[in-house]
Design a protein around this ligand. Structure first.
Ligand code: NDP
Length: 278
């Protein structure tokens, strides 16, 4: 009698050894009593297209994609969801008979985590720092959640302009030069979607950007989130959060795409992760 093996899933990236996704999906599987085998697999950008085809042929049931492969993965899919098409980046691969359908759950994950924090997005004026793949990925979901205006500031102004033009169909996006931020008033929510801290660079921001009841949210987590959150604390932000909750919630969205149900207790998984990634 042959033993049935659990369906296989993976997260692809480079580097990938640090990824928390295998741990998150194992915890979700335990919550939902679903057996699964989820592994972190390193793939270089040059190997991505061939790798995705090979893993599809070998029966991989689904996958996540992370840095630096998200944009390339969008090009390797046979089908894209509206969220992936609008952002031009894929973080979730859903198996189809002929290849992969690419989705992007980062935006839904961020909005779910902001909801956990009790933040009301309807009518909000939001500042986003950064115009890379993560920034693009979350814009559609922010407007779906009712954001009234999004100001985008990026180190290279052209990239903020391109984001505003490409995603204009989602809602009013105002690109802003970094040195103009002081004249833009206060925001109810500031999202740091830059990777500046990874290279040890400090963001120079005017304290006036933080509203009296303002929330500062860094999409990074751990040490990478500390400089921005320290700035926001000093500037008077009332709520501070890093992106670990978003990581859990975007994973829950992917889990739902693959297994047909959302893990019921993402807060418990977040609490368990805090013990290993404070
Ligand atoms: P990208 O490489 O696509 O974009 C990086 C962004 O950071 C660009 O806007 C870039 O500006 C900006 N930047 C880099 N260095 C500096 C600097 N020294 N000063 C100012 N701006 C800088 O990365 P992603 O968009 O994919 O990721 C951004 C962050 O979001 C990462 O830290 C990532 O870990 C995090 N993230 C978290 C997720 C979660 O689930 N919590 C999900 C996805 C991402 P420029 O255009 O000028 O180069």
């Amino acid at each position: 009698m042959s033993e049935s093996r659990p369906p296989r899933f993976a997260v692809f990236g480079q580097p990938i050894a640090h990824s928390l996704s295998p741990r998150i999906h194992a915890l979700f599987g335990a919550q939902c009593r679903i057996a699964l085998d989820y592994r972190a697999i390193e793939l270089s950008p040059a190997d991505l297209a061939a790798g995705l085809a090979r893993f599809h042929a070998e029966g991989l049931a689904g996958a996540n994609v992370t840095l630096p492969l998200k944009e390339l993965a969008a090009q390797a899919c046979i089908e894209l969801t509206p969220a992936a098409r609008l952002s031009g980046a894929v973080n979730t691969l859903i198996r189809r008979a002929e290849g992969w359908c690419g989705d992007n759950t980062d935006g839904a994950g961020l909005v779910a985590d902001l909801g956990r924090l009790g933040l009301r997005l309807a009518g909000a004026r939001v500042l986003m720092l950064g115009a890379g793949g993560a920034a693009r990925g979350v814009v559609p979901a922010l407007f779906d959640a009712g954001v009234a205006e999004l100001v985008v500031a990026n180190r290279s102004a052209e990239r903020a302009l391109a984001l505003a033009a490409d995603l204009a169909c989602c809602g009013p996006i105002n690109p802003c030069r970094w040195d103009e931020l002081a004249s833009r008033g206060a925001f109810g929510l500031i999202l740091n979607a830059t990777s500046a801290a990874r290279s040890g660079a400090a963001l120079v921001l005017p304290p006036s950007a933080v509203g009296t009841a303002g929330t500062a949210y860094d999409l990074s987590y751990g040490a990478a989130a500390e400089p921005f959150l320290a700035w926001a604390r000093a500037a008077g932000a009332s709520t501070l959060a890093d992106g670990l909750g978003m990581l859990v919630e975007q994973a829950a969205e992917a889990f739902q795409r693959w297994h047909g149900l959302r893990p019921p207790d993402t807060a418990a998984v977040l609490a368990q992760l805090r013990e290993v990634a404070p």
